[in-house]
Design a protein. Structure first.
Length: 290
């Protein structure tokens, strides 16, 4: 009764009705009787893809392996043989290698894993979530972190694209195409203009490429020489994986007394470390880099 009322409500409000349930045995009988998949789909009120899935599960389509008749018990046996450390992908690989003549449903394997050992399943899900989730990013003011990277997708043509941006404002500090990625070229043509225009950041972030060695050396050298003028205790340079370099928040939040300079034009300045949180001020006794 409740189902009929819900269907009447859907029809009265103009919403499409839910798809009808397709009988797998009826689809198999119609296919064996000579009906085409298109005619079966039209008669059953479903898509051709759904009819093909049912026929593939029954092993009636050419090129499709049938599903193992005792698939659930076989999956249980493989889980008990390999232990709780095997996830869905590894278990599917084992099943396909041990039973090559059968097709294994990914949904069935994951369902059996959840029922067999829920604690191990959710532990694997949590570990995978920690691996793929975006990490929290903190950058309270301009110059807190400068991120630099070199794109080498078209290095066959001897072209390399350098990009540098600020972590807080996400402002592009420098964008340039290079014909080589020597450390001297990257420093003189890319990093040095950033330092001259915006000053030295609290921390320079890059990947572990050899082309950033001189940039890292300059950051550590100036940090040791002018340690008394630095307001930050963080390392002047940090190496992280290249994919981690792009994990930025949707927008920055300024927590200093000065508004976040997302749209303000920055005046030209010489590199200097100041005790204040403003990283782009021109000091009277500035330190030239280069």
């Amino acid at each position: 009764m409740l189902r009929k009322l819900s269907l009447l409500l859907l029809l009265a409000t103009g919403y499409p009705a839910p798809p009808p349930r397709v009988s797998a045995s009826a689809v198999v009988q119609l296919y064996q009787a000579g009906e085409t998949t298109r005619d079966i789909a039209f008669g059953q009120g479903c898509t051709v893809r759904r009819v093909q899935q049912i026929l593939a599960g029954a092993g009636l389509l050419l090129g499709y392996k049938p599903i193992h008749p005792d698939a659930e018990n076989v999956v249980h046996f493989e889980i008990s043989r390999h232990g709780p450390n095997y996830g869905g992908r590894m278990l599917l690989g084992v099943l396909r290698a041990q039973h090559p003549g059968w097709r294994w449903s990914r949904a069935l394997v994951y369902a059996v894993l959840r029922r067999n050992n829920p604690a191990a399943h959710f532990a694997r899900c949590e570990w995978a979530w920690r691996r793929i989730a975006r990490e929290p990013y903190y950058a309270p003011h301009f110059g807190y972190s400068f991120h630099i990277d070199l794109a080498c997708k078209i290095q066959e043509y001897r072209l390399y694209v350098f990009a540098g941006l600020d972590g807080c404002t996400r402002r592009v500090l420098h964008l340039r195409a290079l014909t080589d990625k020597l450390p001297t070229t990257v420093y003189e043509k890319c990093c040095l203009p950033i330092f001259h225009e915006h000053g030295m950041p609290d921390q320079l972030v890059s990947d572990k490429g050899f082309e950033f060695r001189i940039c890292s050396y300059v950051c550590f050298m100036l940090a040791s020489v002018f340690a008394h003028r630095r307001s930050s205790t963080r390392a002047p340079h940090r190496c992280v994986p290249s994919k981690r370099n792009v994990r930025h928040p949707p927008r920055c939040t300024a927590v200093t007394h000065r508004p976040c300079p997302c749209t303000e034009p920055l005046p030209p300045c010489r590199p200097s470390w100041s005790a204040s949180t403003t990283r782009s001020t021109c000091a009277s006794s500035s330190t030239s880099v280069g």
